[in-house]
Structure formats: C-alpha cells, structure tokens
Design a protein around this ligand. Structure first.
Ligand code: ADP
Length: 539
C-alpha cells in the first residue's frame, strides 16, 4: 500500500482572498451607488477591508458555523461580506430582497441567522419584518444621504481596523447558504461548503464554459442574493478580473452606460434583463459603444432563439447556461464544441438551434435523463427527468426532513426538469415536470412553444400552460403579451408555429394579457397562470 500521495490541502475561500490581495492588488472594483456616482477601489483595498470586516465580526462574537445574513444589492460591501463571513468561519446567507417581508422573516428564522448586514436603502423593508426576526446585531451600510440611527455602522466597524485571527478552516465547512426561490413550494435552504464553492469557481472559469480571465471586466447583473450571483464574484476574484457592479440601477439604460464606461467584456443575468437591453438598443442603436463580442451569460430560464439572434446583430454573444440553487448553480454551459461549431458555421439554422440548448455538463458534473423505462439514450429525442450529481450538488436541504425524495436511492439529485440529451452531450430542457402539457398521452414542451412564439413579430412575451380538457386530459393554452400597438389572431400564431411543431402540439386558444407574472428571480409563475385559467372553456 502507498501511504501518502499529495498534500491534503484544504480548498477554502481564504486562498481565493489571499491570492486576490497578493497577485491582483491593482485590479479595480467599481460599484454604482444609489446616487448613481461610481465608487472605485482596488483589490488591495478590498483585501484590507475584508480582513477588517472578518475581524470585526469575530469581535462581535461570530463563532464557527454562525449564519450572517445579507440584505444588499450588488456592490463592493456585499462583495466584502462574500469573503469576510466565510473566512471568519461564518456562513454567508444572502437574503432575497424581492421576496415578501414575511417570507424573508421565515427564511432568516429557519436559517437561524445571528447577524444581518444591510443596505441603508433597504431599512424600510427590514422594518416590515424586523418584529418577526431576532438578529443579535444589525450592521448598516450607509450609502444614502438620509441619516438613520439603527444598528451598528459598517464603516465604523471597518475603521476600527481590528486584527484578524484566521480560524482553522476545513474545506467541508459551511461557507454560504441560499434558499430556493420557492417556485416549487416552501423555500428550502441549500448550504454550500468552501470546497463546493472553490470547485464550482474553478470549473466555471475554464475557457470552454464561462471562461473568465484576468483580462476581463465582469458585470454581474444577476443579484448577489441569487445563488452567489452564479458564483461569478468568486470567479472574478480567483482570476483577477475587474468587477463593475451595477448597485441598485438595473434598468437597461443604466446597465448600457456602465458597460460602455467601464469597458465591460462579460456580463450575466436572466433573459428578461436582456430583453430590456435589446429594446433599448433597438430604440437607440447608435448611443452606446460596447466592447465588441461582449459575452452575456444568460440562465435561470430558457433563452429564446429570437433573443440570441437579436443580440448577435449588436455583436453581443449569448452564452446559455443552466443551473439551480441546489447546483451552486452552474451545471451546464453551451460552449459550442469544435466539430459542432464547424457544422454550425456552415448552417445558420443549425447553429441557432444548438445555441438555444442549455449546453454540456461542466467537468465533474454528471448528468442523466431518466424516462419511465429507465435511463434515456443520448439520442436528442427521448425525454426524461434530468438527474445530476457532482461535488457542488446539494446532498440535502438545511434542517428539512421533507424534500428527501429529491434524491434517488443511487445518489442522484432529481432536478424536476425534463430534458433530452443529444449524441454530443448537449442538454435541451423542454420543461419542468409540473409545467409539461400532457395531451392524450403525448408530452408537449411548453418551453419550445414559448421560444417559437416570441420569434413572431407581434409577440413580446409568451407562456404556454396546461389547462384541463375533457377529452385530452390537458391541452396547451397560450398566454401572450403583445408588443405595443400590435394585434394578432390565433390562426396567425399557429401558422407561425406550424412548420416546427406537430399539429397536436399547437395551442388551441390564446389569451392576450398586459403582463406575465414573474417570481423574484425572473421566472414566469406558471402555477399562477394555471390557477387563473383552470376553468377555461374550450368550446
Ligand atoms: P427555483 O427552483 O426555486 O425556481 P432556481 O433558481 O434554483 O429556483 O431555479 C432552477 C430552475 O430554473 C431549473 O430547475 C430550471 O427549471 C430553470 N432554469 C434555469 N436555467 C434554465 C435554462 N437555461 N433553461 C431553462 N430552464 C432553466
């Protein structure tokens, strides 16, 4: 037997922090503040302040494994907490500021959060649920002009510059936590370890996946309270990329201004953000000089082909990815492998069809699609539930006995998504199990219909939902938001879909609405739509 191989070196975020300070001291972190001014400092200053914050938290009594909640938007102070909390031995719990106050309170209590770090602009929100929670300390980041006496002052804690005594950290120690957004029932807590975050960071940074480098300027539009902003802040710090943080200003014009001013090369967010960007660019095509070939990482919901095509016209390159809170989140990225790219270069239709798929699994992330008859072949046709496993996939939920059925007996996590996998390993998510339309024994993919509908010139947004039907069990109903001043008939929409779908898959009826309800993370609330139209009369 060989006694020892390599060093047992823990994969912790302290290494990411120290590396950022030692190697990339002059790299900038720019944040847009509530008053729209730009706050700027370097990694060197960031590193110093993170250590001061970590020490201050220890001074306030933070113990190993204690949860520290944040209620903040994307800016330098949130980034400081991203590193200071786990490096001090705590667990960073990012609270979703778009949730109902009662839900925020439920989540903070369920997680057992001891401390809260909060933007002063969000204190009115905090006041709505403060009576329901029991934070021992509330630390306020003051950025707005209004004075507020509540809590400890973030800057004063840092200015005291206490000495940090790094705790011994094991790579399996908890480092962060995030609750699922609750599209599928009560929010469930997922706890990330130092090791899972480090491995996720390494894997996403590789060039065939998200591929972030020291030469990049990265702008995470995806909120830092949504699955660690897809891990991108950690990725940037590990490779030494400049960060441009949008703060609370997430409208298309503010984002485009920031991209131009800071020469952003890579940005990330959900499809609805890019629909807004597309409209702003169409409205004023000459206004902004963006970096050519800027990459837009898009995930959280399927990316319509029409959006990829539209952004291509502005030389903005969509990188489509898939993930879940339970998978840290990134599991699949569409990186168009060599041989497929060659085929795609010769055939534009094929290229776009490929790019709308969710992509191939990252290294160490394993996938299978499980149909009723067992594991589905990789034939691009057979639909099954996507099941995954890997070092950054949750093994259980935080203090929750229910939900255990999400894991199979042989150790895979059931995503609840229906997918096909093609011969080259590209996954196409066709639906969430509960959103599938089951008509007369056939499965109809609502995502594919929605993507095709938004490529119609009159359609702004579309949802396709299952509605009970006396003969077929369920039939698809299209819920459509039209572009301003546009009109369209059912026949025109179905003629548009006709060439791409079997006739049984076409919606039997459409309703036209002013907007489609969305969750706090930008997903369409189909459950709400199903409820609203459950008594639809098909006659
Ligand atoms: P929740 O599960 O509470 O809605 P998540 O943010 O974890 O919150 O959502 C994960 C789900 O989002 C996935 O299971 C999938 O249904 C959907 N999703 C994420 N990315 C994509 C994508 N690129 N295409 C289609 N669906 C996606």
């Amino acid at each position: 037997m060989i006694a020892a191989t390599m060093m047992d070196f823990p994969l912790t975020l302290s290494h990411v922090l120290e590396r950022a300070g030692a190697l990339f001291g002059s790299t900038e972190i720019v944040s847009r503040l509530p008053d729209r001014s730009l706050h700027r400092y370097t990694y060197r200053e960031f590193h110093r302040r993170v250590l001061a914050l970590a020490a201050a938290l220890q001074g306030l009594g933070l113990r190993k494994g204690d949860r520290v909640a944040t209620l903040m938007c994307n800016h330098y102070a949130h980034l400081e907490a991203y590193l200071a909390v786990p490096c001090a031995g705590g667990v960073l719990h990012t609270l979703n500021l778009r949730l109902h106050p009662d839900d925020i309170a439920y989540i903070a209590n369920h997680a057992g959060d001891r401390f809260l770090i909060i933007d002063d602009a969000l204190l009115p929100l905090y006041e709505k649920f403060s009576k329901l929670t029991a934070f021992e300390r509330v630390i306020v980041v003051r950025m707005s002009a209004e004075a507020n006496a509540l809590g400890d002052d973030y800057e004063q804690l840092i200015a005291a510059n206490p000495v940090f005594t790094p705790p011994a950290l094991a790579e399996t120690d908890a480092a962060g936590m995030c609750y699922t957004s609750g599209t599928t029932g009560r929010p469930k807590g997922v706890v990330y370890s130092h090791r899972s975050i480090v491995l996720h960071t390494l894997a996403t940074a590789t060039v065939d996946y998200i591929g972030v480098s020291r030469a990049d300027t990265l702008c995470p539009v995806v909120p830092m309270f949504h699955v660690n902003a897809w891990g991108l802040p950690y990725t940037a710090l590990m490779v030494g990329a400049k960060l441009a943080m949008p703060g609370p200003h997430l409208d298309a014009v503010s984002l485009l201004d920031l991209y131009e001013a800071e020469r952003v090369t890579i940005t990330a967010g959900v499809p609805t953000i890019w629909l807004g960007i597309q409209q702003a660019l169409e409205h004023e095509p000459e206004r902004w000089r963006l970096t050519r070939g800027m990459r837009m990482v898009v995930g959280g919901a399927a990316v319509p082909e029409a959006l990829i095509r539209a952004l291509d016209r502005y030389d903005l390159q969509v990188i489509h990815g898939w993930g879940m809170t339970e998978t840290s989140p990134v599991g699949l990225v569409n990186c168009t492998k060599g041989e497929l790219k060659d085929r795609g270069d010769r055939d534009e239709e094929l290229s776009y069809a490929l790019r709308t798929k969710q992509g191939v699994p990252l290294p160490f992330f394993e996938i299978r699609a499980v149909a009723e008859k067992g594991v589905a072949p990789w034939d691009g046709k057979t639909m099954g539930e996507l099941q995954v496993r890997g070092p950054w996939v949750a093994a259980s939920y935080h203090e929750l006995a229910e939900g255990i059925e999400q894991w199979t007996a042989d150790g895979w996590f059931r995503t609840g998504d229906i997918a096909t996998i093609d011969r080259a390993g590209y996954v196409n998510i066709t639906d969430r199990i509960k959103d599938l339309v089951k008509s007369g024994g056939e499965w109809i993919s609502s995502i594919e219909l929605e993507n095709a509908l938004v490529s119609h010139a009159a359609v702004q947004e579309a949802a396709v939902i299952a509605v009970p039907h006396p003969k077929w069990g369920e039939r698809p109903l299209g819920v459509v938001v039209l572009k301003a001043g546009m009109n369209v008939t059912r026949k025109a929409l179905n003629d548009h879909l006709g060439p791409r779908f079997a006739s049984y898959a076409l919606p039997d009826a459409y309703v036209f609405v002013a907007e489609i309800p969305r969750t706090s993370t930008g997903k369409m609330m189909k459950a709400k739509l199903r409820e609203a139209y459950k008594n639809w009369s098909w006659s």
